[in-house]
Write a protein of this length. Structure first.
Length: 90
């Protein structure tokens, strides 16, 4: 086979592959991040809660402080773990 023909075929193939890599994705880019925004919006119970002047339903101050203290001290001294015995039989 003639080397000139092989070079032309190779250059046409390379040009085709190069131009194929330049395609754009307008349909994908238009919706980029939409699922994230939908997931974040779905987590809000009341989006207008910051503008409302209603009292908050929940714990009183003493109960919240006690729960916070229990949480802070829960990982201070973890319980001792039992020794791991793999393959040991009694």
């Amino acid at each position: 086979m003639n080397t000139r023909i092989v070079r032309r075929i190779a250059s046409l193939l390379a040009a085709t592959l190069w131009l194929g890599a330049c395609s754009s994705t307008p349909h994908w880019d238009a919706r980029f991040g939409q699922s994230l925004r939908a997931a974040l919006a779905a987590q809000a119970i009341d989006p207008g809660a910051a503008r409302a002047n209603r009292p908050v339903n929940g714990l009183d101050g003493k109960a919240a402080a006690a729960a916070y203290e229990r949480y802070q001290h829960s990982a201070a001294a973890p319980a001792a773990l039992a020794p791991l015995a793999i393959g040991a039989a009694k």
